[in-house]
Design a protein around this ligand. Structure first.
Ligand code: ZN
Length: 280
């Protein structure tokens, strides 16, 4: 009885502390300052990318409530408006260097809503794939939960790693990557792995020819790449684009929350095409 009472009191105190914290202690952050700090942390200025990294659309000057997400879409924008979120930070933003420059169709609709509601849009793409601490690739490598050694590469976005112990590794990777598509090599054991979050098809052949990998882990590939990995006879795990890029943006959100005491939460989108369960 006494223990139960103690637990209830503790729970109530925790709620009050959290409420107090969110009302009075959570700070505001200047949007351009935050942009500058994250650009520096992710080394964005030195990474060539198709994405316009950093601030894409300027909203409120003072940031307090942030949603992080993998991809900016109508669902994410609507949720941000509904929940009075002033900033969206995405892995896939809405401005790409190879996009049409005309603001028409859904781009017009999205930008109209964003400007009308004074929401900041930030995006970090490749810098968030390859970052040595919070990048998608390195987190996937660590999630393999095995004795792994990261190998150096020169300006190549694929993370290379070597296994020190490859006992039952095929099963382990299958489990860690939630049994998405895999192809097992007839001859090659898993030893040297190339990891490329998102769409890694462009770097598959270079990883095989120049870095001699026997295993490749990526988010998605096009149909013709199937024959490439089959003919080179390598192991491959295709873990879906969205899933492979959820890690970095979540970690960035946690980093911002801890460092600047802002309200940050990750917003999951349901991507029917990739059959992602909402809670994953
Ligand atoms: Zn991507």
């Amino acid at each position: 009885m006494a223990e139960g009472f103690k637990a209830t009191v503790l729970k109530t105190v925790n709620v009050i502390v959290r409420e107090f914290e969110s009302l009075y202690l959570r700070k505001y952050m200047n949007n351009l300052k935050l942009n500058q700090i994250i650009n520096k942390y992710l080394n964005s200025d030195y990474i060539k990318d198709n994405s316009v990294n950093g601030i894409q659309i300027e909203g409120k000057k003072n940031i307090k409530n942030i949603y992080t997400c993998v991809t900016i879409n109508n669902f994410v924008i609507k949720k941000a408006i509904l929940n009075k979120v002033d900033t969206l930070i995405a892995h896939h933003g809405i401005l790409w260097k190879n996009n049409f420059l005309n603001i028409i169709g859904i781009q017009k609709k999205r930008i109209h809503k964003i400007l009308l509601n004074n929401i900041n849009i930030f995006a970090w793409h490749l810098p968030l794939d390859i970052h040595p601490k919070i990048g998608n690739n390195v987190i996937i490598a660590k999630k393999l939960n095995t004795n792994i050694k990261i190998l150096p590469t020169n300006k190549f976005p694929v993370l290379l790693c070597k296994l020190n112990n490859n006992k039952n590794i095929f099963k382990k990777i299958k489990k860690q990557t939630r049994n998405f598509y895999f192809h097992q090599s007839k001859k090659k054991k898993i030893n040297k792995i190339g990891i490329c979050s998102g769409c890694g098809e462009k770097f598959l052949e270079k990883s095989i020819l120049e870095y001699n990998i026997d295993t490749y882990i990526t988010g998605e590939i096009s149909e013709n790449y199937f024959y490439i990995f089959e003919e080179y006879d390598i192991n491959i795990f295709i873990i879906k684009h969205y899933i492979s890029e959820i890690y970095g943006i979540k970690k960035l959100g946690k980093w911002i929350k801890k460092k600047f005491k802002l309200n940050v939460s990750f917003l999951n989108s349901f991507n029917e095409y990739e059959y992602i369960l909402n809670k994953k």
